[in-house]
Design a protein around this ligand. Sequence first.
Ligand SMILES: [Zn+2]
Ligand SMILES: [Zn+2]
Length: 217
Amino acid sequence: MKVEEIIPQYYDSNIYIINRKIIIDTGMTEDYVLRCIEEVMPIEEIELIILTHAHYDHSGCANAILSRSNAKLAIHEADAPFLSEDNLSGALNFGSRASCSPPDITYKGGEMIAIGPNEEGVEEYLEVIHTPGHTVGCICLYEANSKTLFSGDTVFSDGGIGRTDFKISAAEKMTESIDKLTKLDVENLCPGHGRPTIGNANRSIELSKMMSSRMNP
Ligand SMILES: [Zn+2]
Ligand SMILES: [Zn+2]
């Protein structure tokens, strides 16, 4: 799996480009994000946009990418209704409106998204893991071959965790969700904000679980 990262501006989410065809989260600073993607690849060649959840800082540029490509938009079914909600998506907090199109694909968790063969010819997949907590429809994406976890706003590097005080949060499920992540073997953690952890990310996720069990008892 080839991962290229766009360093976000302001409150944008991190943006990860997978194998030059899939985008995980989109940020919200449109001109900047589109310019950065174009530096990596032509926008019209994007095939799939996967949103880790509906928050505007992750979904704000989805429409701009969709209007310049034939990409499909994918998100967990529980977060899909919030994409077009000014308040629940958090768009109003950033002085914007939530104009995101309805998704083409909704996940329940457990799906295996084919991302193509790696350099050795081995087929690789992103496994969709439903991790309610920060929002009810948060997902993480796990690529087993490189042991890489894209964790959205569920866990961050160095034991961080996402807020669980939004109207669309499910605080009571957060620790259970992070517990699911501790069952994976994670070398590299690519979170929705802040720097990735490269190497032994299991330790960081264990710390996040401890943090969550204190904050979301
Ligand atoms: Zn975020
Ligand atoms: Zn969020």
